[in-house]
Design a protein around this ligand. Structure first.
Ligand code: TRP
Length: 472
């Protein structure tokens, strides 16, 4: 007998959980350095355009697909796809149906791509998340007071990540924390923890912003972040902004299909989608402001790249009044952001095994979590003993995983979701589903146009550009 699907306890619980998924290392670690090295405010401006024009429509599409089907990412596609005799597996899956004349596309494979993407992202994401845990402890034990400049802080970090044992221990601890939440299910696990952790995250962020804005010399950081200089914008800037928009909103692998599948018919999906996009963007902007005011006040460079948070900031905290306290807070913030995102990645995979393979939640969580711990090991060692070991494309294991998933799998997943909702399932059906919980959603609306034409076209352009090696 099928077990009744669990649902979110409240609309706000869902919004916090989906925001928890979206707000992650992408906002606080990646966004500031990508913005910093792509010209600051001009990048931010284009990024916001991508979020609104492409991110928001696809988020809505994912959530609606999830709620309609009440299934994991593979099951969602499978339950709505239109079969045909042109594929052998037709008879296996739909033994009693007539042969339809419509051309068939094996959409469930798009769901499979999502599950695989989740596995891959989580195995390197939790390695970086483990570092944030380590740095809470470093900050608390006063390590940052040794750092006289950024180079010293960078050298210390380089030493830490290149060792084999400690980073793996933290990666394992971080995975255990994620497993502990997901194993409890939707209401008692994911929803409950997001309701505690997300308000904590917002509070810490506001404290950090106040500290940043009150530093002498903060204006330069604000100007860098808010005054656009469009002369620095190139084609590459636009592509970087679009790629960042995808990652930060958790789009393209069905994380939000999965979270949407725990929605009941009375919830208002456009409202939830809008709130998630708003929170995610606010957090990225506020984190960027807090970080750049501090970096400029200490007369350091904003374009430090991926090391910005782990090299530059510890040195900044050492020079700042109250830096000991704010250093701890900052890494707690990063840890919370990473944890609520990693929970959504894990849940997306677990839901697949629970729905499709009929595993119990406990079995799925332990097995999937264990495998991700193991596949994370070479990702962690990529900063030490495996650093020189190039697997393909001149990249080590960690960089290769990140590159392939972020640059190809997620945009491809997003493209397929837009095409599926826009052209196969159909805007009419999707709008009928949206109207549950939002009666006033207009039947003729711009969203359908965006999903059918603009989103697929824009994403196809990024994919093609990446494929041609226009790198960013
Ligand atoms: N959005 C998260 C971040 O900004 C990462 C993340 C969580 C994610 N779930 C995802 C990215 C699903 C892509 C797909 O850090």
């Amino acid at each position: 007998m099928a077990i009744k699907r669990e649902h979110w306890g409240s609309q706000i619980g869902f919004i916090l959980a989906a925001s928890g998924s979206a707000v992650g290392l992408g906002n606080i670690w990646k966004f500031p350095y990508v913005a910093g090295s792509n010209g600051g405010a001009a990048f931010v401006f284009i990024y916001i355009a991508c979020i609104v024009l492409i991110g928001l429509p696809i988020i809505l599409a994912e959530m609606v697909l999830g709620r309609k089907t009440q299934r994991n990412v593979v099951g969602a596609y499978r339950s709505l796809e239109k079969p045909t005799h042109s594929f052998i597996h037709y008879h296996r899956h739909f033994p009693n149906k007539e042969h339809p004349s419509q051309p068939y596309f094996p959409w469930f494979l798009a769901g499979g791509l999502g599950v695989i993407s989740g596995f891959i992202i989580l195995s390197f994401y939790s390695v970086v998340a483990g570092w944030t845990l380590a740095y809470i402890i470093e900050a608390a034990s006063g390590t940052f007071t040794q750092f006289l400049d950024v180079d010293e802080a960078g050298a210390y970090f380089g030493e830490f990540v290149s060792k084999p044992v400690m980073p793996l221990l933290y990666h394992g601890l971080f995975m255990l924390a994620s497993l502990g939440i997901v194993i409890k299910g939707i209401q008692n696990g994911i929803e409950k923890w997001n309701k505690i952790l997300m308000p904590a995250l917002f509070t810490i962020l506001v404290l950090l912003l106040i500290r940043g804005l009150t530093l002498p010399g903060a204006q330069e950081g604000i100007a860098f972040f808010l005054k656009p200089d469009f002369s620095v914008v190139t084609w590459k800037t636009v592509l970087a902004a679009l790629g960042q928009a995808f990652f930060t909103l958790s789009l393209g692998m069905g994380a939000l299909i999965t979270y949407g599948s725990y929605l009941s018919k009375k919830e208002n999906i456009p409202h939830a989608a809008f709130m998630v996009v708003l929170f995610d963007t606010l957090v990225a902007l506020v984190a960027g402001l807090a970080i750049f005011t501090a970096v400029f006040a200490m007369k350091l460079s904003p374009s430090a790249g991926p090391g910005l948070v782990f090299h530059t900031l510890p040195a900044v905290f050492n020079q700042m009044a109250g830096g000991y306290f704010f250093g701890i807070l900052f890494f707690v913030l990063l840890f919370i952001a990473a944890l609520t995102s990693s929970v959504s990645l894990l849940e997306t995979i677990v839901a697949y095994f629970v729905d499709e393979k009929k595993w119990t939640r406990g079995k799925a969580v332990l097995l999937v979590g264990g495998i991700i711990f193991l596949t994370g090991i070479p990702a962690s060692l990529s900063f030490g003993s495996l650093a020189g070991f190039k697997i393909a494309l001149g990249k080590n294991y960690f960089d290769l995983l990140d590159h392939v998933v972020s640059n190809y799998f997620l945009p491809l997943g997003g493209l397929l979701i837009a095409l599926f909702v826009g052209w196969s399932w159909g805007i009419k059906n999707a709008v009928a589903e949206i109207k549950n919980g939002n009666k006033n959603f207009p039947t003729a609306n711009i969203w359908g146009f965006m999903i059918r034409y603009i989103c697929p076209l824009a994403v196809a352009v990024i994919l093609f550009a990446k494929f041609l090696g226009i790198d960013f």
